[in-house]
Design a protein around this ligand. Structure first.
Ligand code: NAD
Ligand code: TDX
Length: 340
C-alpha cells in the first residue's frame, strides 16, 4: 500500500512517519509538506534515506500541484495532518487557517474523488467540541457531543470535519476522522505549552502561564495518537468519527510545576500573564468507542511520557536551538511582549 502523509514534517506527522516505517515496512510513504514555520525537515532526518520513503514539498491548497501528485503517485491512503495548528496564531491571523485547514482539506478530497483512493483520514481535534466546565468532572466529549468552537483554529478544524463527512455522504468518499486531545512528545514545536515551558525553564526565563492557570488539558503521548490513527486507517469503519484520549487531565499550572520539578528549577519562574481571548477551560475525551470497536488503549502514562519528553529536549538541543534562534524570536516578542 502507498500512503500520502500530509504535514509529515510537523510534530505529530513526523512521529507518525517514524511509527509507520517501524510497524509497516512493507508499505510506501510519501510525505507532502509545505514546510511552513512549523515544518522541519530535520525532524525527518532518520527516514530521509529509507527506500520506501519520499519527501515532496508542496501546498495542500494548491489544486494543480495536488492533482499532479496524485496522478503520479497513485496513493491508496491519505492521512491529512497538514494544518495551521496554533490557537494563538489563529487569533492573530485567521485567514491562513481557513485556507490551509478548510480549502486544503477540500482540495485533497477532490483529488481523492478524481483519482480514487481506499481511505481518506482527517486528523482532527477535541477542540471542535468547544470546552467543558471546570466544576463538572463527570462530563466528557463523546463523538456525538455537538460541535461548538471557540477559536478561529477550532472553527476551521470543525469546518473541515463537516466537509469530510459531507464528502462521505454525498460522494461516498471512504473517510474516517479522529479527534484527539492534546499531544506531547518529541519534535513538538516550541510555541506550544510543554516544549515552551521546558525551553524557558532551561534558560531560567519566565514561564508565561495564561490567566489563572487552572485551565485543564487532557494530555496524550504522541506515539499513542499514532497507534490510534494507524488502527483507524487500517481497521476503522468508513464514515466514522473516533475520539482519541487517555483520561489524563491536568491543569496548566500542574503541568508547569511538574516540568520545573523535573528540571530542578524554582517555581518562582512561573509568571501569570494576560489570558488567551476565548480561552477554553477544560478538554476531556471519552475514548470508549475506539476502545470497544478497535481495541485501542494508550500505552504511556503521563509520568513516564513527560520524563521521556524532557529527556528528548535535553538530548536534542540542536533541533530546538536552531528553531528558537530564527524567526521564532520575533514571534515570541510579538506574542508575549504585551502580556507580561
Ligand atoms: P504542526 O503545526 O506541528 O505541523 C503542521 C505541519 O503541516 C507542518 O509540517 C507544516 O509545514 C505543514 N503544513 C502547514 N500548512 C500546510 C499546507 N498548506 N500544505 C502542506 N503542509 C502544510 O501541527 P501538529 O501539532 O503536528 O498537528 C498535526 C495535526 O494534528 C493538525 O491537523 C492538528 O489540527 C491536529 N491535532 C494536533 C494536536 C496537538 O496536540 N498538537 C491534537 C489533536 C489534533
Ligand atoms: O505560553 C503559553 N502559556 C499557557 O498558559 C502557552 C503557549 C499556552 N498556555 C496554555 C493555553 C492552553 O490552555 O496552555 C494550554 C495548552 O496550550 P497550547 O499548547 O497552545 O495548546 P492548545 O491551545 O490546548 O491546543 C493544542 O491541542 C489541541 C494544539 O496546539 C492544537 O493543535 C490541538 O488541536
Amino acid at each position: 500500500m502507498k500512503l500520502i502523509i500530509t504535514g509529515g514534517a510537523g510534530f505529530i506527522g513526523s512521529n507518525f512517519i517514524y511509527y509507520q516505517l517501524k510497524h509497516h515496512p512493507e508499505d510506501e510513504f510519501v510525505c507532502l509538506d509545505k514546510l511552513t514555520y512549523a515544518g522541519n525537515l530535520s525532524s525527518l532526518k532518520g527516514v530521509m534515506e529509507q527506500p520506501n520513503f519520499k519527501f515532496v514539498r508542496g501546498d495542500i491548497a494548491d489544486r494543480d500541484f495536488v492533482c499532479s501528485l496524485f496522478k503520479r503517485e497513485k496513493p491508496d491512503i491519505i492521512v491529512n495532518f497538514a494544518a495551521e495548528s496554533h490557537v494563538d496564531r489563529s487569533i492573530l491571523e485567521p485567514e491562513l487557517f481557513l485556507k490551509t485547514n478548510v480549502i486544503g482539506t477540500g482540495v485533497l478530497m477532490d483529488a481523492c474523488r478524481k483519482y480514487g483512493i481506499k481511505r481518506y483520514h482527517q486528523v482532527s481535534t477535541d477542540e471542535v467540541y468547544g470546552d467543558l466546565p471546570l466544576d463538572r468532572p463527570d462530563l466528557f466529549f463523546t463523538e456525538t457531543t455537538p460541535l461548538h468552537t471557540s477559536s478561529p483554529y477550532s472553527a476551521s478544524k470543525a469546518s473541515a470535519d463537516l466537509l469530510v463527512l459531507a464528502y462521505h455522504r454525498t460522494y461516498g468518499l471512504p473517510v474516517t476522522i479522529s479527534r484527539c486531545s492534546n499531544n506531547y512528545g518529541p519534535y513538538h514545536f516550541p510555541e506550544k505549552l510543554i516544549p515552551l515551558m521546558i525551553i524557558n525553564a532551561l534558560h531560567d526565563k519566565a514561564l508565561p502561564v495564561y490567566g489563572d492557570g487552572v485551565n485543564v488539558r487532557d494530555w496524550l503521548y504522541v506515539e499513542d495518537h499514532c497507534s490510534a490513527i494507524d488502527l483507524i486507517i487500517r481497521e476503522g469503519h468508513e464514515g466514522e468519527v473516533y475520539n482519541v484520549g487517555g483520561h489524563n487531565e491536568k491543569s496548566n499550572l500542574d503541568v508547569v510545576k511538574i516540568i520545573l520539578k523535573a528540571l530542578g528549577k524554582s517555581e518562582d519562574l512561573i509568571t501569570f500573564v494576560k489570558d488567551r481571548p476565548g480561552h477554553d477551560r477544560r478538554y476531556a475525551i471519552d475514548p470508549t468507542k475506539i476502545h470497544n470497536e478497535l481495541g485501542w488503549l494508550p500505552q504511556t502514562k503521563f509520568v513516564n511520557g513527560i520524563a521521556k519528553t524532557i529527556e528528548w529536549y535535553l538530548d536534542n538541543k540542536d533541533w530546538w536551538q536552531e528553531i528558537i534562534s530564527g524567526e521564532y524570536q520575533k514571534y515570541y516578542e510579538k506574542m508575549y511582549k504585551n502580556r507580561i
